[in-house]
Design a protein around this ligand. Structure first.
Ligand code: DGL
Length: 271
């Protein structure tokens, strides 16, 4: 059981920011990551489509010997988590919304939190609900920033264009008299744009994302369930599945993961 895999999936390469945090926290574990790059973005799709895609991704990963499934996509975590848990009750499933909400609640002093995410995540109000569950008196301001997804994938993450887009999405929030002191990057693509967003909002506002808190939650759960790796056996592998071009996954994914990807570890799959 201990040497089974930690499975992760996302609509594309964004979830690699979560894998990066997991790898830093649990460096010896074995990972399998699925990016449904052929059907990205999920964040603009209907609830029904997101649920269907999420169940197909889960089914694919269930072909592997998993000990835990990490839904490394805020959109899927917001919309489809109960459906995945319901269909696969035998496996531990962790989403990224609750850890992101926790990180924001730990950070805020004035109880005003803004959430930047995809359209579906904002519409589904999962972040708002998760934050209010922890801090019932908090004010939550949601803002859909769908174009950040494409920009992160195109590598437009700093400089004039990225900052202009951040200004476009954030100016209303920044004009408020009661400004948030904490902003959640509620999409796994957004941490790549952190520098540009921080430049626009200023250093008095804290930016948080769910990658680190999710990694800590996984670590805690593995310990609790006595599923942590048996370090005496061979370990530390990463395997990647993509539903579209392997070379593109490697090229776009590397900045998200922060290390170079071995092409032989990336496999094209159909869902
Ligand atoms: N990475 C996904 C998320 O965390 C968003 C990308 C998409 O729209 O598919 O919400």
């Amino acid at each position: 059981m201990h040497n089974k895999l930690i499975g992760l999936f996302d609509s594309g390469v964004g979830g690699l920011t979560v894998l990066k945090a997991l790898k830093n926290t649990l460096p010896n574990e074995n990972y399998i990551y699925l990016g449904d790059t052929a059907r990205l973005p999920y964040g603009t799709k209907s609830k029904e489509t997101i649920i269907r895609y999420a169940l197909q991704c889960t089914e694919k990963l269930m072909e592997y010997d998993l000990k835990i499934l990490v839904v490394a996509c805020n959109t899927v975590s917001s919309i489809a988590l109960p459906y995945i848990k319901d269909k696969y009750p035998h496996i531990e499933v962790i989403g990224v919304v609750e850890p992101g909400a926790e990180a924001a609640c730990n950070e805020t002093k004035n109880n005003i939190i803004a959430v930047l995410a995809t359209e579906s995540t904002i519409k589904g109000k999962a972040y708002e609900n998760a934050i209010l569950k922890i801090k019932p008196t908090a004010t939550v301001i949601g803002k859909a920033c769908p174009l950040f997804v494409g920009m992160a994938e195109e590598g437009i993450i700093k400089g004039e264009l990225a900052e202009a887009m951040a200004k476009h999405y954030l100016h209303e929030i920044l004009l408020k008299t009661q400004k948030p002191d904490t902003i959640v990057l509620g999409c796994t693509h957004f941490p790549l744009l952190k520098e540009a967003i921080q430049h626009i909002v200023g250093n008095a506002i804290h930016l948080v994302d769910s990658a680190q808190t999710t990694a800590q939650k996984v670590q805690k759960l593995l310990k609790e369930k006595k599923l942590s790796l048996d370090v005496t056996l061979p370990h530390a592998t990463m395997h990647f599945l993509t539903t579209d071009d392997v070379a593109k996954f490697k090229a776009i994914g590397e900045p998200f993961l922060g290390i170079s990807l071995d092409k032989s570890n990336v496999e094209l799959v159909d869902l």
